[in-house]
Design a protein around this ligand. Structure first.
Ligand code: ZN
Length: 211
């Protein structure tokens, strides 16, 4: 099974064209579809637009709104993005392999816990946020999350693989949710005050995000 992701990585443009032809012959439905061996999970959700993303395991997730779009629309959308899907999926699998080869050892865990402790305390004090607790655990899709009612921030263990300035961005981002729970204009202008180059850091962090 170890060989499968490696073979995906080396797919050529010719393969991509072949896959598109095969994709056209498939009967598309909600649930798991296999298009030339690539699992495409089709779901209907309460969303506004058709949404496509690649999971860390290489599965393709296609979400189609309940209203305003059909499964056929979703299929059409998927086909228009198929080249992107195949290429991005190859990158994701490559990154997953790299991550598997680069485990977070107990030493690295202690290191990131130390850095987070320092940054969290420093920024809480600077922003006037007292009594904010925090924890560290492995999370699949988020770098951090903030429970503003409990005044508790959870950080993703994967931050151990990220440079300090991006870890700092996550800390300030989560602490800012104590004032504004969403990512609207109020949140953005607070971030502008607190960390003027936060958009650049966010962009750099997104390059490392798989979800
Ligand atoms: Zn957020």
């Amino acid at each position: 099974m170890r060989e499968v992701p490696r073979r995906e990585v080396g797919r050529s443009v010719l393969d991509v064209c072949r896959l598109t032809v095969i994709a056209r012959q498939e009967v598309f439905r909600t649930g798991v579809n296999f298009i030339d061996g690539i699992a495409v999970v089709v779901e209907r959700k309460r969303i506004r637009r058709i949404n496509l993303h690649i999971g860390r395991d290489g599965r393709v997730h296609l979400s189609v709104p309940f209203w305003g779009a059909t499964i056929a629309d979703g299929e059409k959308f998927l086909k228009s993005k198929w080249k992107w899907v195949v290429e991005t999926r190859a990158q994701v699998l490559k990154r997953s392999l790299a991550m598997a080869r680069d485990p977070i050892t107990p030493e690295r865990r202690m290191e990131i816990a130390g850095l987070l402790g320092e940054l969290h305390a420093c920024w809480s004090a600077r922003l006037g946020e007292a009594g904010v607790t925090w924890g560290l655990r492995a999370m699949k899709t988020l770098w951090g999350s903030c429970n503003w009612r409990k005044r508790h921030v959870t950080y993703n263990l994967d931050l151990a693989r990220v440079p300090r300035e991006l870890v700092e961005y996550v800390v300030v981002h989560e602490l800012t949710h104590l004032r504004v729970p969403n990512h609207g204009t109020g949140f953005q202008s607070l971030m502008d005050d607190r960390m003027p180059d936060w958009r650049l850091r966010r962009r750099m962090l997104r390059l490392r995000t798989t979800a």
